[in-house]
Write a protein that binds this ligand. Sequence first.
Ligand code: DSN
Length: 433
Amino acid sequence: MAVTEHSLQALRTAGLADVDPEIAGLLGKELARQRSQVELIASENFTWPSILEAVGSVATNKYAEGYPGKRYYGGCEVVDEIETIAIERAKRLFGAEHANVQPNAGSATNMTVYMAMLQPGDPILALRLDHGGHLTHGHRVNFSGKLYDVKHYGVSRETMRVDYDEVLALAKEHRPKMIVCGGSAYPRTVEAHRFREIADEVGALLLCDMAHFSGLVAAGEHPSPVPHCDFVTSTTHKTLAGPRSGFVLCREEYAAAIDKTVFPGLQGGPLMHAIAAKAACFGIAMTQAFRDYQRQVRANADALAAGLIANGREVLTGGTDTHLVQVDLRNARWTGKDAEERLEQVNMTANRNTVPFDERPPTVASGVRLGTPAMTMRGFGTEDFTEVAAIIADLLSEEGGDVAALAGRTDALLAKHPLYPGFQGWPTYVTTG
Ligand code: DSN
């Protein structure tokens, strides 16, 4: 299907459905998909409609290479105000000395910190990916693993939690220039103060990647890493519930190095529409409603973990301190891949994930990672998550449950909590045909 032919004059005011029914149709289909599935991917969320408006705003038109008051383009006076508000809100929300709100994604935030402070070949110590870390924490297939000399710490086989004595021993052995804490599949509190002690003992810089739990930090539901770390990186679209993007916080002494690395070091023109949305996201995160939302994210994660355990499934570490729960399938009939596929059959979306000491490859994996941010945004409470847990537990039992009946129970939950009611899936600027 081609784009519909319009005159140049008509194109200047036509809306998406009129110009490109194929893409508009697919966006409508994506909205329908989001509405029809229990979204349990721990790194996803349903952002506020106000954020979708900012992302779809005219700020996308503006080039603004540089920083507020120091741009390489004219006409930046309004976007300067927007970016300044975003910076000030980020600093206030997290109690940080400096914020750079230009990084476009989480990977870019970690790349920024490494490139600002390290030389290729410098030693880093970070959490292994298969124990809950992240690709950008030095995995061999990622730039971080190729450019730097990365050693990894893991979790203890007994507790499945970070073993701080092991981190200290590895730090003493490898003398890293930077220690990285945080990750994307670690369900327990990241104890940044303990990493600080270790970093101080070996003279290392400390970076916390709080991309997953920054919303909990903003709301006081997870201890803040900011006072303990030289650098804190995050995305804005996970628990923080904002646009798909990233930001870096750091101590004032590193501000100039970080800013210079983001621009001109790594990026060109910042995405000003995303920065407008980040400003709004940080503003919302300062409100009581946001704190209520995060408290519910936490309560729902506890209910999910407890429900799975009560129904006979194994959960890594026996629970969670965050928004995510790792189902441990090493002793189950089903692999992580099976679980992901079976969840789809009952209208639930999640991702297979390796668990520590997994004997299966990541493409199969022995775990499935579940998160509560998205469905909490949709209105799910603890009773709903107890039901989600019961459905998943049955589905992943030895017998596998009655898939059609379980899908019916999922649909009943979804019907109770509509997503984006009355919304077409994107902001519209066209008021007449
Ligand atoms: N890919 C993200 C996640 O799912 O956790 C992290 O970048």
